[in-house]
Design a protein around this ligand. Structure first.
Ligand code: CUA
Length: 324
């Protein structure tokens, strides 16, 4: 970009909402800065030493009105801006149903991206325009932060946990992607490109396996992993004494041996694979070994995705279509 640009362009549905809030806050600050500055200047000139003005006792009825005004008006303004910000933040956290799922893994010092069909890329994120996308993010080492300025999106990427972020890109183009959390020596090189493509082009790009590492089909890969890692030995409908049933588990409440109840979400399933003893389900012995360091985050994600897709009682996993 040749011209000086103070604010990056808006390339997602979310960007305008953030900018409006930003300009709103800016306008409010400028207004009060101006009002206070002008008042200070005016009063210091009017009441300068030797000026001929009334310095008698003040009128308390006016003072009271003034006090009330500058208490009530700013309170209402502050609450209004709180409500507005809360609305924008809520909008940031809610991810539309049916979004396209992409896995982002941070690692010193690169971004790894995995698309729904298993296609992988490094330091690049290709997405279709006008399509809701959900990023599930995790880190293989330290805390990173995934930042796409033109989308006005930034969220921490943590080890041993998933964080999510959703967006709908509105403008095809190539944009900056940054790590926004100091993560070691080459943090400043942990950058990349977000490429927003027309939908047809994205489909073509996705189907073309030559550009990057060969695609591993995520959908069928999950079942293979489930068998290969031996999950099915204990988590099946026959041997129910050894491990809890996984079919229909996702989104249900689970009772733990420590008395707590927890909703089985992606983070719970992931943790139960890498650290099975941390949240034991009531009625099952602590038999399961850890799968920590035995699987890459990408595979772990595929496995979690597969377990998510297992439907309750009897419904076969073959019913599963492409990535959910
Ligand atoms: Cu990763 Cu800074």
């Amino acid at each position: 970009m040749s011209h000086l640009q103070l604010i990056p362009e808006q390339a997602s549905t979310f960007a305008l909402k953030v900018d409006l809030l930003f300009y709103g806050l800016l306008a409010l600050s400028v207004f009060f800065f101006g009002a206070v500055t002008l008042m200070v200047a005016f009063l210091s000139i009017r009441y300068r030493k030797g000026s001929n003005v009334d310095r008698g006792p003040m009128d308390h009825s006016i003072a009271k009105k003034l006090e009330l005004t500058w208490t009530i008006v700013p309170t209402i303004l502050a609450l209004a801006f709180f409500g507005w910000s809360a609305y924008v933040f809520y909008d940031f956290t809610v991810i539309p149903e049916g979004s396209m799922d992409v896995l982002v893994t941070g690692k010193q010092w690169m971004w790894k991206v995995q698309h729904p069909n298993g296609k992988r890329e490094i330091n690049h994120l290709h997405v279709p325009v006008n399509t809701p996308v959900r990023l599930t993010m995790t880190s293989e080492d330290v805390i990173h932060s995934f930042f796409i300025p033109v989308f006005r999106l930034k969220r921490d990427v943590l080890p041993n946990r998933y964080t999510t972020m959703g967006f709908t890109a509105t403008k095809p183009g190539t944009y900056h992607l940054f790590c926004a959390e100091y993560c070691g020596t080459e943090h400043s090189k942990m950058i990349g490109k977000v490429i927003v493509m027309e939908e047809g082009e994205y489909e073509k790009w996705l189907a073309d396996g030559t550009a990057t590492t060969p695609a591993v089909p995520a959908a069928s890969g999950g079942e293979q992993l489930f068998m290969r890692m031996g999950c099915a030995n204990c988590h099946n409908s026959v041997n129910t004494a050894r491990g809890p049933q996984l079919s229909g588990l996702f989104g249900k409440e689970v009772s733990l041996t420590n008395g707590e109840k927890i909703v089985a979400d992606e983070n719970y399933i992931r943790e139960s694979i890498v650290n099975p003893q941390s949240k034991l389900v009531v009625g099952y012995p602590p038999l399961m070994p850890t799968f920590k360091n035995q699987m890459k985050e990408e595979d772990l994600y595929v496995l979690v995705d597969y377990i998510k897709s297992l439907e309750a009682a009897g419904a076969s996993s073959a019913q599963r279509g492409n990535a959910s």
